[in-house]
Design a protein around this ligand. Structure first.
Ligand SMILES: O=C(O)CCC(=O)N[C@@H](CCC(=O)O)C(=O)O
Ligand SMILES: [Zn+2]
Length: 335
């Protein structure tokens, strides 16, 4: 296998490759762009106009998605996967991946859409670098832009694999992309209703890509991901890469849709979340339930019918999201 196929090994060792560009037997060009960043370019005659950004390890302890990207890259470097798409592989937070931590000082996934400019430290610099790499990658006009940012969650989930679809004023969510996610094994999609500071919010809002955060099960250390079944996602990603996705009706086929009712923001150290420590994502909360309390008698009481909680985390820094209250929705606003 070509040395550049070992991007993960290079990243874990904090090494720079001797050769920055290599060609596979099929004339696919692999180019190392910096730490944890590699571009794959098919020969011009095979290029189908798709620009695909695949990122993982924005949170360093979320290893199953990193292993999946590593496997895809090996397949390309060995000539077993024959890309027709141009691809950018990114490992988001190399230092945190090496340490097996979600982040070191700051959550990189709260520093996009310019937030890094208001901050300092290695993670702010990394967010800036990731924005630059994504901007350059998605700068060619007339091509299809697709970004999947792969994650695993801190806790177990009643719905194991799901996507979060960013929001931009005046832009409609795409039914075709939802059908593609369903085919990739996603069981639910959360349709966001306000702008955000995550990596996919940046590529969706600023770079005009279709972009999704994919949650793929529970976070575990490297080599302990046997319970995370990524077969359907892997198959679909290979098809997108090779440009041979089956033509499918745009059926959503049981895909559950949710919208955000409210984001729970932790304002102070007095924030208290009234949920069991082992509560699973998508757990239902009944109307009237006192979900959280904070400074100045702030109380978060569930008012919505059918409300569920995802990503509850009272340990986030003050000012950040400590959970999302979601409600079921219907697909009537899709493009
Ligand atoms: O399990 C958790 O509490 C967090 C899992 C995670 O990292 N989720 C992403 C979602 C990003 C988005 O809102 O699109 C995150 O919190 O960064
Ligand atoms: Zn994550």
């Amino acid at each position: 296998m070509l040395a550049l196929g070992k991007l993960l090994e290079l990243t874990l060792a904090g090494r720079e490759p001797a050769e920055k560009t290599q060609l596979t037997v099929d004339g696919v060009r692999m180019r190392w762009l910096g730490e944890g960043a590699l571009e794959v370019r098919p020969p011009e005659a095979r290029d189908n106009g798709m620009d695909l950004l695949l990122s993982a390890g924005i949170h360093g302890n979320e290893t199953a998605p990193i292993e999946l990207l590593d496997e895809l890259l090996h397949g390309i470097a060995k000539g077993e996967i024959k890309p027709r798409a141009r691809i950018l592989f990114l490992f988001g937070n190399p230092e945190a991946i090496r340490k097996g931590e979600r982040y070191l000082e700051q959550d990189v996934n709260r520093l996009f859409n310019g937030r890094h400019e208001l901050s300092s430290g290695s993670e702010a610099l990394r967010a800036c670098e990731l924005e630059r790499l994504a901007t350059t990658f998605f700068s060619v006009p007339g091509r299809t832009r697709l970004h999947y940012d792969l994650h695993t969650a801190i806790r177990g989930s009643k719905i194991e694999q799901f996507a979060l679809y960013p929001f931009k004023e005046g832009r409609q969510h795409s039914r075709r992309e939802l059908a593609r996610l369903r085919a990739a094994g996603m069981e639910a999609v959360l349709l966001q209703s306000k702008t955000s500071v995550t990596f996919t919010a940046y590529t969706y809002e600023t770079l005009d890509a279709e972009a999704f955060t994919l949650e793929l099960g529970k976070a575990r250390p490297f080599g302990q991901n046997a319970q995370v079944n990524l077969e359907r996602l892997e198959t679909r990603l290979k098809q997108i890469i090779e440009g041979n996705e089956p033509e499918e009706p745009e059926a959503l086929d049981g895909l559950q849709l949710f919208s955000v009712a409210r984001e729970i923001i932790k304002h102070s150290d007095s924030f208290h979340l009234h949920l069991p420590a082992d509560i699973e994502n998508f757990s239902e909360l009944s109307k009237g339930y006192l979900l959280a309390e904070d400074l100045s008698s702030t109380r978060w009481i569930v008012e919505e019918e059918g409300a569920r909680i995802i990503f509850p985390n009272p340990k986030v820094k003050n000012g950040l999201r400590a959970g999302i209250l979601i409600v079921p929705t219907t697909p009537d606003q899709l493009a």
